[in-house]
Structures are given as C-alpha cells and as structure tokens.
Design a protein around this ligand. Structure first.
Ligand code: ADP
Length: 503
C-alpha cells in the first residue's frame, strides 16, 4: 500500500506529546511490513534544529488562504535509521517560532490559518509529486481538514482519485475550535458549515470535520474508542462519533523499543533486563536519588511521574496526596514535567517544603525521563482520562510497577493486582476506578504494602511486565486492517454534499 501520513508532530522533528512518538515510529514499522510510506510535517524551528539533514525539493507551494495567497516551499528529510521520506512544509511566518502551538499559556492566535495552510500544502504537494496514493492518514485536529479537502476538491485529481482517508484521534479534548469567520480561510463553500459537517455550536471545528469526512477513524485504545462515544468523555462530539462507530477502531500505541529498552538505554546508570533487574534497578535508583538530591535509601519506595502538568493527568488528585504523604509516609517522589503555571507553582512549593521527599524538575528532558523510568520503583498515572498513555508501557518494560487510574489505554494495558489476577498470573500493576484522592491514596498504600511486605509478589509483577511485548509490530498490522476498511468505505462513501436536513 502507498501510505501518506500528515501530522503536526513526529520525533525527532517536533514533539509535545505521545502523537510525536506514534508518528515517528509507526511509519517505520509500516515500511518494515513492505508498505511505501511517507510523512508530511510543518518545518518548525525545532525540526530545523533536530540535527536531521534537510534538503530543498525545488517545489514551491502558492496556497490560497482566504483572499490572499501564501507561498510555502517543500523540503525533504527522512526518519532516522530508515528510508521513510519526511516532507517538511516551510513557511517561516507560520512555523519558525519558539513552540508548536502556544506560548506562555496562550494558543497562537493564527493557529487555524497555520494548519489550514499546512493541510492545503500537503494536498498541493501530493498533486505536484504525482506519486500514487492509496491512504492519506491524518492525525488530530491540525490535519482534520485534509479528509474534507480530499472528498470535496481532490477526489478527481491525480494522483488522489483512488485515495481513502483515515483520521486517528489521539486526544478528543483538543478539537481545533475556531470562530465561524475562519471558515473563509479553508476555501470551502459555506454550505459545509452546518451542524452535520464542519460546524459545532456556531464555531468551525476541524476535528469534527475530520471525523465526518474521513473514510475510517481510529483512536489509540479500544477502551477510549468506547468512552468517547458517551457523554462523559465525548467532549460534545459523542453523537458524531456514535454515528460513525462502524468505521471507528481502537488501536493501542506501540512502544519504540529502540528508544525505550533498559537493556540498551544510553541514558541510565546501569543497563539491565529481566535476568538482572534487581541489581540494575538498585543501581539506577541510587543514581536517580543522587541526581535529584534525595536521600539515597534503597528501601524507601521511589515514585516516578513524567508528563504534561495538565488537569487531564490527575494533578488535582495528586496535589493533596503528595502533600499528605510527604508528612506521613516514608516515600520519595521524582517529578518531571511542564505545563500549567498553577502546577509549576504548587510543585515548586512542595519540593521546597519537603526536599527529603519530593524532587521536582520543571522542564522537558528526554534523558531524565529515561532515568526516572529506570530508577523509580513505581510509576504513578492517576489520569482523569487517557487515550492511550505511553509512560505506563515504558514502565512495564523498565520493571517499574505502574499505579494507574483504570481509564482509556491505562485500563487496557495495566492489569490490577487482586486475588484473581494473582492466581491467574496476569497482574502487572495497581489500578483504581473512582476519580478521587482517597482512591489514589488507598491504591498507593496497597502498592507500597506489597513492595514492603510481599517481595515475591513484587518480583512477579516486575517480571511479567518486563516480558510483555507492546511493540509496534502488532499495532501496525491493525492499522493495515483499518486502511483496508477505509479503502472499501471510500468506494461507497463519495457523497459529501450537505443533506436537506442539515442546511
Ligand atoms: P500525552 O501525549 O497525553 O502527553 P503520553 O503518555 O501519551 O501523554 O506521551 C507523553 C510522551 O511525552 C512520553 O514519551 C513522555 O515520556 C514524554 N514527556 C512528557 N513530558 C515530558 C517531559 N517533561 N520531559 C520528557 N519527556 C516528557
């Protein structure tokens, strides 16, 4: 199959979260399975500074945006250690910035324009490159316009006449919702601005646009695919998603074990596998405690947390628990993250007040993230919702027992320790359902008790987790099935015109 991916993030060019990990790894796995894959990405400043070789293609892209024409250029690179081409859309006014989407807590004011431009630039590039395309796989709201452009403007344009589109939703809460006049930027007729297609409570909604026009849809775990069809997690789009449930799949993200494997990890104090995990983790734990200026205590449980400091990740539950535990329990916390200023302030205060128990690093550090995965005894993820989550999968591989809230991908990938799962030999961690500090605190206590008093059970948890395989090989095959579904759908799904009822 000839597969083109369009995304706003992919490692090592640009990353704010899990989307980048997926788009850096999935194309390589698809290529390994024998498919022809290429990737499109904006040429952000971070992409230019990634150290990857970038060359011009000579292709200029004059793109109509509202009443003006904005010119971009197409550059070319490749994914590391692969032949997968990466096409970078250069337009410095849009993409040569400090960040990808927002600075100092505020979205860039021209985000709609920046990504409408990117979507149109991808379509024009494909026309100019004229290599046949079977599947256009887009990700999240930033590329949500592409399925609409394919159906409305490009369905008879070579080489896209036979192409089908797939949209993967990595996080339904980010929808690309803009005021209605931004519809003019898209260049599409106002007749598509209706409640069944691009409009959402008076706004232009680019994620909804993708959901409506794509031939097939996926999200990043089966549980999340179910959850988003209900009012609690549907973010207002549950009805639209339910109407498309026949073509919606949940596919768990894979882990790139070339990057996340304690047997080969260049960032950690000692490399280890299931055979020497006790020694390896002891060395990595002592090194991490030293690095973070925590007392080097081998038996004090060390709890790791890495990620965006956002409400989604359960910081409102964690804050009181950390505060309470710092005075009552002999555990240490290692926190790495950036995000909302209120959590920066709070964590700084906690670290200042309890330097023996709480170590906080506010920033983005790939290397420290690896050292926390290797050095911590447990990894804590009490997410309010979690489409897939990657850190719990890294934790399993690193012998770091996950303590999670049973939601989305966390529910699909972590098996709670109880009598039944202990007997069946399937437990890999600890989980709870209620979104409350009490439930989190009780589960942490359960985990710490097991750590202190049942060393044999603890060893089993570690061993089972480390031997699981969450690599991309399985997930990539599921994407191929999804692409087949999209191709079959696209033949019967040509009509994009608004119905009487929707106008
Ligand atoms: P999300 O995509 O919702 O942010 P995921 O768990 O799916 O969460 O993926 C987050 C990815 O970003 C992981 O690879 C994680 O290690 C990484 N990450 C998040 N914050 C940081 C940080 N401050 N420093 C280093 N890596 C981080």
């Amino acid at each position: 199959m000839r597969i083109v991916m369009a995304t706003s993030e992919a490692v090592p060019f640009a990353k704010t979260g899990g989307l980048a990990d997926v788009c850096g790894a999935l194309p390589i796995e698809l290529a390994r399975l024998g498919h022809d894959v290429s990737l499109f990405l904006p040429a952000y400043r971070s992409a230019r500074q990634s150290g990857m070789p970038i060359e011009p293609t000579g292709i200029e892209l004059p793109i109509p945006i509202g009443t003006k024409t904005v010119v971009g250029r197409l550059l070319k690179s490749h994914l590391p250690e692969s032949n997968v081409p990466v096409y970078l859309v250069e337009q410095d006014q849009y993409y040569d910035r400090d960040a990808l989407y927002r600075e100092a807590g505020h979205d860039y004011i021209d985000n709609c324009e920046r990504f409408v431009f990117f979507c149109r630039a991808v379509m024009e590039s494909l026309r100019r490159l004229s290599a046949p395309v079977d599947i256009l796989h887009v990700h999240d709201w930033q590329t949500g316009l592409i399925p609409a452009l394919l159906k409305i403007e490009y369905r008879a344009v070579p080489p896209l006449e036979h192409a089908a589109s797939v949209l993967t939703i990595h996080n339904l809460a980010y929808q690309g919702n803009f005021w209605h006049w931004d519809m003019t930027l898209t260049g599409l007729d106002w007749k598509y601005f209706n409640w069944q297609q691009m409009e959402f409570y008076g706004h232009l909604n680019l994620l909804k646009t993708g959901i409506v026009f794509a031939d097939a849809l996926s999200t990043v775990s089966p549980r999340y695919a179910e959850e988003i069809q209900g009012p609690e997690q549907g973010c207002g789009l549950e009805e639209v998603l339910r109407s498309r449930r026949d073509v919606l799949r949940g596919i768990i993200n894979g882990v790139d074990y070339r990057q996340w494997n304690p047997e080969t990890d260049p960032h950690i104090a000692m490399r280890y596998g299931p055979e020497n995990v006790a020694e390896g983790k002891a060395v990595c734990k002592a090194a991490l405690q030293g690095e973070l200026s925590l007392p080097v205590e081998p038996r004090t449980p060390l709890l790791g947390l890495v990620g965006r400091l956002a409400d989604q990740k359960g910081w409102d539950l964690l804050a009181p628990v950390m505060q309470d535990w710092a005075t009552h329990h002999d555990v240490q916390w290692a926190v790495l993250g950036t995000g909302e200023p209120k959590y920066h302030e709070l964590l700084e205060k906690l670290a200042e007040r309890y330097p023996q128990r709480i170590a906080v690093r506010l920033g983005f550090s790939e290397a420290l993230a690896h050292r926390i995965e290797a050095g911590a005894d447990m990894f804590v993820m009490p997410s309010r919702y979690e489409p897939c989550g990657l850190n719990q999968l890294y934790s399993l591989k690193y012998g770091t027992v996950p303590v999670v809230r049973a939601t989305g991908g966390l529910a699909d990938t972590v098996t709670n320790l109880n009598e039944e799962t202990l007997a069946a030999d399937t437990a890999t961690g600890f989980s709870f359902r209620d979104y409350s500090s009490l439930a989190l605190s009780e589960t942490l206590r359960r985990a710490c008790d097991t750590y202190a008093n049942q060393p044999e059970v603890w060893r089993q948890l570690i061993d089972r987790g480390m031997r699981q395989d969450w690599s991309w090989a399985r997930s990539a095959k599921e994407y191929i099935e999804l692409y087949r579904l999209a191709l079959a759908q696209s033949k019967s799904n040509q009509i994009a015109e608004p119905t009487q009822e929707s106008t």
